[in-house]
Design a protein around this ligand. Structure first.
Ligand code: PFF
Ligand code: NA
Length: 459
């Protein structure tokens, strides 16, 4: 149990506020924005859902993002080390240390399946560029997706390629790895996204997409929709599982956390909305269904690309956008694991990235097999609630529905109730009435909101 030194040397920290914003926004902006947000908006009727989602971002997302960054910077170590030293210095129960372990374990698990889906985007860049969707009908495009999912070797290989990219970036360290990657990839992401939106604006259904997304019809909003919005607010901002804590541990003291967190939330939300504005016009102008579910971007959208002028180029652009978004999120998931290996197992960063990444790749086999060989294996099927759930479904459930919300709840409670108040306002970068309001939200509204989603998941 040797004392671990927090990162103090300036050279091991993010080089600027912008570098942190790009990295954290890179973590936030991912498959959640481009794949999940559009299809859950589609399934839940559009506008009214978007409004509830925005409220959830404000009440749960931003407060936890601020608290988690602040905790990370104070501790200055991996989530495990940070929670160990903060529970000591604050003189509070060691039980809070579970937040740190939850972070390292959850980020390990989430990457094991996120990377498999990241591999799909690699495959689809190739398919789009090769013109595989041109003139294909719904059955043919469905069969292409089915063919990919049905081939474990192919899935495993692309999952491996995706992990290799992630390992390479993380092994190079904060400044020459992560920072350089996001400096290149985030501007690229914005350019690709804007190109997609411009393309969508030139279809005849842009206006219809705008009204679908922004004119609220509350009769279409179900309780389930409200809870989906709440859960997605946590997922989309990457909060609750130590990723933001790990990134915060490299944050220089002078950076204002509240302002930075707001900026990150605004970027993440804008990308989700823009992704919707890029995708729905293509869906509508080709007479397709907005509520197609998870297949929206791998089946519905390729169908649109296959029918439209410029579909080869814009199809390739779209899946490159998806890849870039997935890579900048995936590197953030490997970071807590590597930081922990470095700190507590004394391995070098390169070895940590390699061992951690290989272990994650191997565990990803469970997800790969869930789509084919194990598609009928339902490990917890004997419990009614988990009936029909594959290994992948269970992992996603464990991380997205349990570890993320519980981690977020624990972070809100730890920062709001367990930590001493001295210096908190300065640390967060909020003063006076705004700070007081923030604390009320963090202590009451945020936990109450999370408890509601959480209970819903079980009852
Ligand atoms: N925020 C990412 C997205 O919206 O795709 C997903 C994510 C990243 C979840 C990092 C969790 C995490 F730790
Ligand atoms: Na996101």
């Amino acid at each position: 149990n040797q004392a671990v030194q927090p990162h103090q040397q300036a050279s091991s920290l993010w080089s600027s506020r912008l570098a942190f914003i790009l990295a954290a926004a890179g973590s936030a902006v991912g498959l959640g924005n481009i794949w999940k947000f559009p299809y859950i908006t589609g399934e839940n009727g559009g506008g009214a859902f978007v409004i509830v989602y925005l409220i959830c971002i404000a009440v749960i997302g931003v407060p936890v993002l601020i608290a988690e960054t602040m905790i990370g910077r104070r501790g200055g170590q991996s989530p495990v080390g940070t929670m160990r030293s903060l529970t000591d210095s604050e003189g509070v129960s060691r039980g809070w240390r579970a937040i740190g372990w939850n972070g390292v374990i959850a980020s390990f698990l989430v990457l094991s399946f996120y990377s498999v889906i990241g591999g799909w985007s690699l495959v689809y860049i190739g398919k789009a560029a090769a013109g595989a969707f041109v003139g294909a009908d719904a059955d043919a495009i469905g069969a292409q997706f089915g063919g990919l999912l049905g081939n474990p070797w192919e899935l495993l290989a692309w999952h491996g390629v995706f992990m290799a990219i992630v390992i390479f970036i993380v092994a190079k360290g904060i400044r020459s790895g992560l920072e350089r990657a996001v400096n290149l990839l985030m501007p690229l992401l914005f350019v690709l996204l804007i190109a997609m939106v411009i393309y969508a604006m030139n279809t005849d259904s842009f206006g219809r997409a705008v009204s679908f997304m922004f004119s609220p019809d509350f009769s279409k909003l179900t309780t389930q929709g409200v809870l989906t919005a709440l859960g997605h607010a946590a997922f989309t901002l990457s909060i609750g599982i130590g990723v933001i804590m790990a990134y915060g541990s490299y944050l220089p003291k002078r950076v204002n956390i509240a302002g930075t967190a707001m900026t990150i939330a605004v970027i993440d939300t804008s990308v989700a909305l823009l992704a919707g504005l890029a995708i729905f016009p293509l869906v509508f102008s080709n007479g397709l269904e907005p509520g197609a579910g998870p297949g929206l971007i791998f089946v519905t959208l390729p169908l649109a690309f296959g029918k439209m002028g410029g579909g080869i180029v814009f199809g390739a652009i779209f899946f490159t956008l998806l890849l870039v978004a997935a890579v900048t999120s995936a590197i953030s998931m490997l970071e807590p694991v590597v930081e922990w290996l470095e700190e507590h197992k004394g391995v070098s960063r390169v070895k940590g990235a390699l061992f951690g990444g290989l272990a994650i790749w191997f565990i990803g086999l469970g997800t790969v097999l869930s789509f084919n060989v194990w598609s009928d294996v339902h490990p917890l099927g004997f419990i009614g609630y988990f009936e029909g759930k594959t290994v992948f479904d269970l992992l996603d459930f464990l991380v997205s529905n349990l570890m993320m919300p519980l981690g977020g709840l624990a972070i809100a409670l730890f920062a709001g109730w367990a930590m001493k108040r001295e210096g908190l306002s300065d640390d967060i970068g909020l003063r006076g009435g705004i700070y007081t309001t923030f604390m009320v939200v963090l202590r009451y509204l945020t936990p109450a909101g999370i408890v509601v989603v959480f209970l819903y998941n079980f009852f």
